[in-house]
Design a protein around this ligand. Structure first.
Ligand SMILES: [Zn+2]
Length: 117
């Protein structure tokens, strides 16, 4: 991959990372001590039994969303590191090249088609 498309890929990934972080901030607080770590916010809708039950439900679904978005951010970080190290486009598992069509469709791919199964 040439330098221009590598730079464009990097910019697109950084943009995606910011978008994911913004999405996380709607349900969670940023952990100031650990980079790219978030803590789901516990909602407070009242002290009656129904409110408490709804709060717990919402909190547990927030935890699931948080985990999902955080792992997407982590994946982007891995890819950004690979770009800096010059190993972008190579599979993390077998070291072989990742198919170009796959990289184009999914720039955050870190495994080749064979290893991602
Ligand atoms: Zn592989």
């Amino acid at each position: 991959m040439d330098d221009t498309s590598l730079k464009e890929t990097k910019e697109a990934l950084l943009k995606e990372k910011n978008r994911l972080a913004d999405e996380l901030l709607t349900i969670a607080e940023k952990n100031e001590k650990i980079a790219d770590d978030f803590n789901s916010r516990f909602p407070n809708w009242g002290d009656d039994v129904d409110s408490n039950a709804a709060e717990v439900d919402t909190y547990s679904s927030r935890l699931g969303i948080e985990r999902n978005l955080e792992s997407m951010i982590k994946n982007i970080n891995t890819v950004l590191e690979k770009i800096d190290k010059g190993t972008y486009g190579l599979c993390e598992k077998c070291g072989g090249p990742i198919q170009e069509a796959r990289i184009k469709a999914f720039p955050a791919a870190i495994y080749c088609m064979k290893c991602s199964k």
